[in-house]
Design a protein around this ligand. Sequence first.
Ligand code: NDP
Length: 334
Amino acid sequence: MTPELDIRNVIILGSGPAGYTAALYASRAGLEPLIIDGGVGSGQGLQGQGGQLTITTEVENYPGFPDGIMGPELMLRMREQVARFGAEFVEELATGLDLTVSPFTVAVGDDAYRCKALIVATGASARWLGLDAERPVWEGGLGGAGVSACATCDGALPVFRGKEVAVVGGGDTAAEEALYLTHFASKVIIVHRRDQLRASAIMQRRLQENPKIDYLWNKVITAIDDPAERKVTAIQLKDTLTGETSRRPVAGVFMAIGHRPNSDLVRDWVELDAAGYIRTHHDVRTTRRGVFACGDVQDTEYRQAISAAGSGCMAAIQAERYLAALEAGAEVDW
Ligand code: NDP
């Protein structure tokens, strides 16, 4: 077991906008945080250093960058800013937790780290269909070259302007993404595996009122063309009722088949909602005293880089106050 002297004030799990912002505030408050950053990701939407923004292209809705900034570059800048204030990094995935009593223990392989307060900022991962084309361009797929899981991040790119694009899924995310894309695309085709959307009534009404929205019902995508051209040219489809196959030319494919919060590690320690998101109160407090959560792992609504950064700030400020109260021997209100 790590000796008492090695007990950290705060450990942060995750290095997306929420984790880095929490680290920035915690380090500037003199808490000397340790960030377990997830290591190098797989590039398939699985979490690694920098989180989901590292698999997007241009980010145009993060304030302070009037000309936009590439997602990976933004995350690198956040990391450099955090490092400047002395935060330490462990470039690995956390593999286990013991949050029975404070100080808490975080396992990273055979190593263990201890802390008085824990900030969970492990984010969420977009669900993908598992097609070859979804792999990033450098792995021989098309991800980043017309295949995306974030219309808000990528929808305004020139490659989609005035073109027909497809959105996969039938829920509220698919509806939102499709409506957003109508600002840029000439037509947005919703590809759904059934003949009924599960999106809320209000979203369905908005879709119906929009003349740019079209549907391909009872269809699944079996392949995306054309990796050889390094761009999206068409989707290959299969009818879920008849098995009939077809092909539809499109310039982009947006996956909107849901997100999965990366909460497996904390599942036994804090309360999650039915979809696996960490339940929080007072914005960022989990059901376990001393454990805070911020960003997409607890955000069922906004899921934006800037809202994640904002909640990372809240988690660090609340952790600082919690630690100050502990230090003073005061009753910690939770
Ligand atoms: P959902 O789980 O609601 O919808 C996912 C959609 O993807 C479903 O239509 C599902 O089909 C389809 N799907 C899932 N897996 C596959 C697959 N392998 N192949 C093809 N299609 C697939 O996820 P959302 O992200 O849309 O929403 C998550 C939650 O967040 C919901 O509670 C939603 O209401 C909420 N939300 C609310 C918003 C708002 O209020 N503005 C905006 C965005 C989300 P099927 O229907 O057949 O299961």
